[in-house]
Write a protein that binds this ligand. Structure first.
Ligand SMILES: NC(=O)c1ccc[n+]([C@@H]2O[C@H](COP(=O)([O-])OP(=O)(O)OC[C@H]3O[C@@H](n4cnc5c(N)ncnc54)[C@H](OP(=O)(O)O)[C@@H]3O)[C@@H](O)[C@H]2O)c1
Length: 179
């Protein structure tokens, strides 16, 4: 983890992947809406900061996730309609600049107890070396995704939580970096 990162802020990545680490298709989630996974995501991210790429923002209908601080990364910030912090450049002056993810995390960390990287591929893969925790849902099956992530090695991480969904279609895992 970067030494300059704020120690008290917990940085996590949260995503769902199928059997072959597919995460998206046609800029949407590839599996039928899974209420339990939605509830898992909401339970853990609610009240915190979520950082996402511009395509994920579009996949959410260009609407911020409620009850969370939404930070959207793009190299073209003025093309993001309705971005909630667009008129607050004094708060995150460089949030949308093409800076490395760890610098963006450093910039928002002082304002939050928890920061979640929520996708897509471009952020998830870069987050593996930066995060304290990984919240990984594994959806059973191969959904013929057009976006896949490389699996995290999980070296240096320990399983903190594991459960199977009631419908048996998913497992929910939390991996914590060992200090
Ligand atoms: N299963 C899951 O848990 C999950 C979660 C989220 C998303 N998804 C899926 O993932 C897919 C989208 O992933 P993706 O990797 O193609 O796109 P993405 O990561 O959502 O967005 C990529 C865009 O983010 C911007 N960006 C990324 N890093 C940046 C940085 N450091 N500075 C400035 N801008 C930056 C760039 O936008 P500009 O081109 O505007 O510069 C880049 O083109 C969709 O299919 C979505 O449904 C799945």
């Amino acid at each position: 983890m970067e030494e300059s990162m704020t120690a008290k802020t917990e940085i996590s990545v949260i995503f769902a992947a199928d059997d072959v680490y597919g995460i998206g298709k046609d800029n949407a989630l590839p599996w039928p809406v899974n209420a339990e996974d939605m509830a898992w995501f909401k339970k853990h991210t609610r009240g915190h900061c979520v950082i996402m790429g511009r395509k994920t923002w579009e996949s959410l209908g260009r609407k911020p996730l409620p009850n969370r601080e939404n930070v959207v990364l793009t190299s073209k910030p003025r093309e993001i309609d309705g971005y909630p912090n667009f008129n607050e450049p004094e708060k995150y002056p460089d949030y949308a600049a093409n800076m490395p993810l760890h610098q963006i995390i450093n910039q928002v960390s002082p304002y939050f107890d928890k920061v979640f990287i929520i996708g897509g591929k471009s952020l998830i893969e870069k987050s593996y070396d930066l995060v304290d925790k990984m919240y990984i849902t594994r959806m059973k099956g191969n959904f013929d995704c057009d976006v896949k992530v490389s699996p995290p090695t999980l070296v240096g991480f320990k399983s903190e939580h594991w459960e199977t969904s009631q419908d048996g279609k998913a497992t929910f895992n939390i991996w914590a970096r060992q200090k």
